[in-house]
Design a protein around this ligand. Structure first.
Ligand code: 13P
Length: 255
């Protein structure tokens, strides 16, 4: 299976012009054998769709309601069908930075359903905070298992078994803005990913792809991506540096 490398630009860059330039640079050099997704801020989705030929378009969030015409009284929100109409193929849901702003497990659950129902791929982010990890890997596993069970609660098997659910293990303590660039070890990430696969096995067929996120950069990417269990990476800070990101993409294309 092709590795998936997702650029989560978060609230960057500052202007549409810069976003287009960065997207062109990344898109211009995507080798075969790797899937690259760029997830810019909402206002840049449409312009990027015009400039990208190989990279797929991703959104960083979505609203759970998907009302029919005239029913969209949700100021500031964006629906899955609106995203789809802009060419979006992947939607990140449950990123820890959104959860930190108050997003609940139940809201994440509703968003996952909305994305799958719209026929888009969902990148569901799970991962434990620093305080949980300090209690050890077993505590982290319990935390992640609970997140998965709440976030996938009640989802019908015809939606789950579509090959459109991609889970990303992104431990909060390893995200560069929290950790200062210190990632998880590939060995522990693999252990957690094997655990997530076991948790999902009964419900998701064929197997969901599981990615790793948290301070992935050009230096450590190979250590993660060489493992068959790790289906790719969700990259934050390093995805804004075109040379560094292109290097990660090249590394991913080798496996
Ligand atoms: P960093 O790669 O900057 O640690 O960010 C990870 C992340 O939050 C991607 O979603």
């Amino acid at each position: 299976m092709k590795k998936i490398i997702i650029a989560n630009w978060k609230m960057n860059p500052a202007s549409e012009k810069e976003a287009e330039r960065l997207a062109r640079q990344i898109d211009g050099e995507i080798p075969r054998g790797v899937e690259v997704v760029i997830a810019p801020p909402f206002p840049f989705l449409s312009p990027l769709n015009q400039v990208m030929k190989k990279a797929k378009l991703g959104a960083q969030d979505v609203f759970w309601e998907n009302p029919s015409a005239g029913g969209g009284a949700y100021t500031g929100e964006v629906s899955s069908s609106q995203l789809k109409s802009l060419g979006v193929k992947y939607v990140i849901v449950g990123h820890s930075e959104r959860r930190a702003l108050g997003e609940t497990e139940n809201q994440v659950n509703k968003k996952v359903i909305a994305v799958l129902t719209a026929g888009l791929k969902v990148i569901l982010c799970v991962g434990e905070p620093p305080a949980v990890r300090r209690r050890g890997l077993a505590a982290a596993k319990r935390f992640v298992k609970q997140q998965l069970s709440k976030n996938l609660y009640g989802i019908k098997s015809y939606l789950l078994n579509t090959n459109r659910l991609i889970v990303t293990y992104e431990p909060i303590w390893a995200i560069s803005s929290v950790s200062g660039g210190k990632s998880d070890t590939p060995e522990d990430a693999v252990r957690m990913i094997q655990f997530i696969k076991r948790v999902l096995k009964a419900r998701v067929k064929p197997e969901a792809g599981i990615l790793y996120g948290g301070s992935v950069d050009a230096k450590n990417a190979e250590g993660f991506l060489k493992h068959d269990e790790i289906g790719g990476a969700l990259v934050g800070g390093a995805s804004l540096k075109q040379l560094e990101f292109r290097k990660i993409v090249r590394i991913a294309s080798k496996f």
